[in-house]
Design a protein around this ligand. Structure first.
Ligand code: DGL
Length: 283
């Protein structure tokens, strides 16, 4: 079984992409709706909440967990992989959603020592994310290591994930997205980014409003699809996951929030009826 974790609804965008690529896998989704949003929390809070969630998914029987959350991937993943995981669960793996996007932008493999010739592309990439994803500097840092000619312009969207979590109307969300898009463009007057990343897994739920707010020439990367493709390739190289996850395409949904309310809004976002069960994470 493969576990997926997000602060709330956002990771459903990743889960949906993975389900369409890997229909035979058993998957389980955990949304920490009670503690969402994560994007304005401290590094320590995000780290602790992420560990609790991963531990819970390991406890259910997941050997592989995907942090379907840019904030957790940017702020907590590396530390978790380098310190906690090798001691606590040396046989298990936790992956994030940043790597496939950085690989796609730079057209280079994540492993620096596998890079044969450095990229000389010169492009401008816009990154929209939560306050903590942007503050972490993870995207510009990792892109610069692999493609120093790529310029990154970042825009934090501090209220957006919270409004999506609340199920706010388009009438409230649309002007806010316009405002964030205008703030990003004001950082680079007269210049258009070549591409944009909605680097919060909640944002694809309102991708249509980003498309409206940004000039059509900007290519909006599809992070959920990039993650799905990358996970498919990762699993194909690791037959050890066949026996722990390939059981018939069962998908389960857990939430730390109110399962009735979360199932209702979650089904709308997911585009199909889904039923969340209540999960209490250890304090
Ligand atoms: N969906 C998450 C992300 O990708 C978290 C948003 C939040 O909880 O603030 O960043």
């Amino acid at each position: 079984m493969i576990g997926f974790f997000d602060s709330g609804y956002g990771g459903l965008t990743v889960l949906r992409a993975v389900m369409s690529r890997l229909p035979d896998r058993d998957l389980i989704y955990l949304g920490d709706h009670q503690n969402a949003p994560y994007g304005g929390r401290s590094t320590e809070e995000i780290y602790d909440l992420t560990i609790h969630a991963v531990e819970r998914l390991f406890g259910i029987g997941c050997h592989l967990v995907i942090l379907a959350c840019n904030t957790a991937s940017a702020v907590a993943l590396r530390r978790l992989q380098q310190t906690w995981l090798p001691k606590a669960y040396p046989e298990r793996r936790v992956l994030g959603v940043l790597v496939p996007v950085v690989e796609a932008i730079t057209r280079q493999p994540w492993q620096i020592d596998a890079i044969r010739s450095p990229s000389d592309q010169s492009e401008l990439v816009a990154i929209f994310g939560t306050r903590m994803t942007i503050a972490s500097g993870a995207y510009p840092r990792e892109i610069a290591k692999r493609a120093p000619g790529v310029t990154v312009v970042q825009q934090a969207c501090p209220q957006l994930a919270a409004l999506i979590e609340e199920g706010a109307s388009d009438g409230i969300i649309r002007p806010l997205i316009r405002q964030y898009s205008a703030s990003l463009r004001a950082q680079i007057p007269g210049v258009l980014p070549d591409s944009a990343v909605l680097a919060c897994t909640h944002y694809p739920l309102v991708a249509n409003m980003f498309c409206e707010a940004l000039p059509a020439e900007i290519d909006i990367l599809n992070q959920p699809d990039l993650v799905g493709r990358s996970l498919e390739a990762y699993l194909s190289r690791r037959p050890q996951y066949d026996c722990v996850g390939k059981q018939g395409g069962h998908v389960g949904f857990l939430t730390t929030g109110d399962p009735v309310a979360v199932s209702d809004l979650g089904s709308r976002f997911f585009g199909a009826q889904i039923s969340f069960c209540r999960e209490r994470l250890a304090a």
